[in-house]
Design a protein around this ligand. Sequence first.
Ligand code: PRX
Length: 584
Amino acid sequence: MTMQRHETITKPSTPRDDPNLADYDATRASFDWADVEEEIDFLPGGGLNLAYEAIDRHVVRGNGDKPAMLWEGKNGEKETYTYDDMRRQTNRFANVLGGLGVEKGTRVFTFMERVPEIYFTVFGTLKAGCVIGPLFSAFGPDPVRDRMEDSGAKVLVTQPDLRKKIAEILPQLPDLEHIIVVNKNGRSAEPLAGGDLDYYALMNEASDDFGPIATTRDDYSIMHYTSGTTGKPKGAVHRHNAVIQHYLTGKWCLDLHPDDIYWCTADPGWVTGTSYGMSAPWTNGVTQVIYEGGFSARKWYQVLEDYNVTVWYTAPTAIRMLMKSGVELPKTFDLSNLRFAASVGEPLNPEAVEWGVEAIGMPFHDNWWQTETGGIMIANYACMDIRPGSMGRPLPGINPGIIDADGNEKPDGTEGNLAVRTPWPSMFQTYWQQQERYDSRFVNGWYITGDEAVRDSDGYYWFIGRSDDVINTAGHLVGPFEVESALIEHPAVAEAGVIGKPDPIAMEVVKAFVSLKDGYEPSDELRRELMGFARQKLAAAVAPREIEIIPGLPKTRSGKIMRRLLKARELGLDEGDTSTLEED
Ligand code: PRX
């Protein structure tokens, strides 16, 4: 059987005659992770460190002068850093942490734009053996507080404007000891707040020698908060061992060769921005373009042209926005160096895959993974035919399956829970201080992803949807609970229920239903006030795009808000089983 509605795109031509993965089936049959470890440079004594693997080892191997980062700022600034520059900057930051008395295992968080200093901070933190927690710079104060409080972060590295945005919550963080402020290129004219540390002053005083790096493959490295159905977001914790999978997937799923110029459009505050905006490209020794500015179709094509980008990793919402700006626009740019384009984060519609062929001369290669998986698990490879609309086939060495609620495998062609056989190198190790929630994600040796999918008889996986209430808006997972919690802090709101409403560009947008406390009357003004309230607390990306005031929310007899029913009503669908319903 096949899920296919669109024509297969046979072996999308790649101008390289040396693809890193030339024969999928043969490679899968003979795969052994031990062979991948042969290509990794472990530390003397057998340790492993993601920063060493991404940066220092290229210097050791004589490539220190090669550009690692070509940075373009949002004001047009341009800076280039070689691998050796990166080594020295990250050594300095590791020494800065040492100078502050920060110990191994301490959580260091960043709340920064895409400036070079975030990369120095991330890798410097990893060299020092601390755990890095990158936060999305568009977040409002509440998500920053929740994440930093939960993790007990001791150090925050941020920028003047962002610090100002979250000033009110900083005194609510008892564990926070040091705030390091990066006033990039003197963009802010204001003096540092009392007690804050100046990044450049600290860096200037620090030595650019650091050592020895003392991490093992099992030491914690990165944590990213991710949303579930219930409760606040949880910190998915990774270990240095993940670098093995970052390296391999960079090589096989993105077909990175050392002479590539690579551009990943994901923000470093999300897992794609670290696994594939830092680790995978640099462990593969490529030159990476980092563009600080936001989305603009014209500017994006300009970046591809100006930097001669060869491999491009982006996301469906961005592709749909490019599609909106037409098929002619890209043809006015010289994109002749581009040879491989990939996409992740949301379902990539078949039309978008095909549009790539027409607009940029190649299809987008969809791939699938999650914060918890740490790296790509299922992909369309350069060597493989593309079935538009499919996420592709599993990475050799990874064994997914479609399972039922008891953890039994279902036959091909039937929908079920997408699961992955444990373990794999970049598997998350825990949810920070929530071991029970972590354990609940596993059954019968399977990790349950929370996605529903179907596998066809040729082993291609097709995404069906989420099996929970988590909303995917423009590739950002939003937990309804987090949004509901923010809304009910408003004095007028009695209850809130939040759903994902289908959207042609962002796939889903956040929609909230609220009921009011006695003494409050619904009005447009109140609705607008609630919108502003949520946006200020959360972030434009996470806050509801729509709020509807209704007399009461549908609840189960045990008092749980039935989001499923709100969604069915919104979409005019069958309301399903409402036997446990208790309407207000
Ligand atoms: O629902 C799936 C969707 O995004 C989720 C993972 O989001 P996050 O943990 O933020 O990780 C982002 C890094 C990829 C998945 O559970 N998703 C991801 N990729 C795809 C996808 N849905 C459909 N097709 C994809 N290729």
